[in-house]
Design a protein around this ligand. Sequence first.
Ligand code: PEP
Length: 269
Amino acid sequence: MPTKTAPQRRPVIGGNWKMNTTLKPAEALALAVGRAAMQPPLHKAVEVVVFPPFVYLAHVALTLCHANSDLAVGAQDCWPEPPGAFTGEISVAQIKDVGGRCVLTGHSERRHVIGEDDALVCRKTRAALAGGLSCILCVGETLAQREAGETDAVNERQVRAGLEGVAAADMKRVVIAYEPVWAIGTGRNASPDDAQAAHQRIRAVVADMFTPDIAAALRIQYGGSVKPDNAASLFAMPDIDGALVGGASLKAEDFLAICNAAASAAAQR
Ligand code: PEP
C-alpha cells in the first residue's frame, strides 16, 4: 500500500552541482536560489540544499549568510575519519566548520566512477551523522541490474548496508535519494509509477530495519534527469518527497521551477 496517509513530509530538493561552476557563477547561482528560498512559495514549505564543489563551499555558505538566506549548503562527499593524515580528503568537522549542514553519500558517480563500496558509503554516512550533519544516502540500480529484474534487491542491499549501525534517533537527519544509475545525466528517467514502486519498497525496507514510524517520516527523493517539465508528475506520487537534481540545478530558473513544483505538490497533499 502506498503510504499516502503518512505524516506530512516536507519535500526536500537538493542541487548537486558536481564538478561544475567557477567562483563567480557559483556565487550568483547560490544567491538566486538563496533569495527565492526565503520567499513564498518555498520558504518553510520546501527544504532546499545546494551542494557546491568543495573549493566553493565556504564561499557559498558565507555569501548566503551575508544575504540573510537560510538556504542550506552541503558537501558532495566527506572522509569518514577524524582530521589527520588523509591527503586530499575533507573531514566532516571541516565541512561543518565552514557552514556545511549536509553530506551526500553513495552518489552513483562515487560508487561507479570512483569505486566506493557499500562499506565505505556506510562509514561516510555514519561519520556525517556522528559529526552532527544530515545525510542524503543515494541508492539505485544500473541499467543491467534493472534489466535483470534486480532493482528492488539492489536498492534493498544498498539501503541496508548504507544504514547499518545508524541509530534510530539519527534517522531524522537521513534522507534517501533513489537514483537509478541509468537515469543520471542521461535525459532518461524512471516513470512516476516505476519510481513510486521503488520508493515504496525502500520505505518498507526502512520500516523493517527501524520502525514503521521512522519509515513513514523518512523523506525519499527521486533523482535522475529531473527537469521542470517532469518534476510535477514525479512529485504527485505519494512516496516521492522531493528530488536530487544534477544538471538542472545549474540554472537557477530551472532549479527553482523544480522547487516550486515540490511546493505545489506539498500544498495538494
Ligand atoms: C545527480 O547528480 O544526482 C543527478 C540526478 O543528476 P541529473 O539530474 O543530471 O541526472
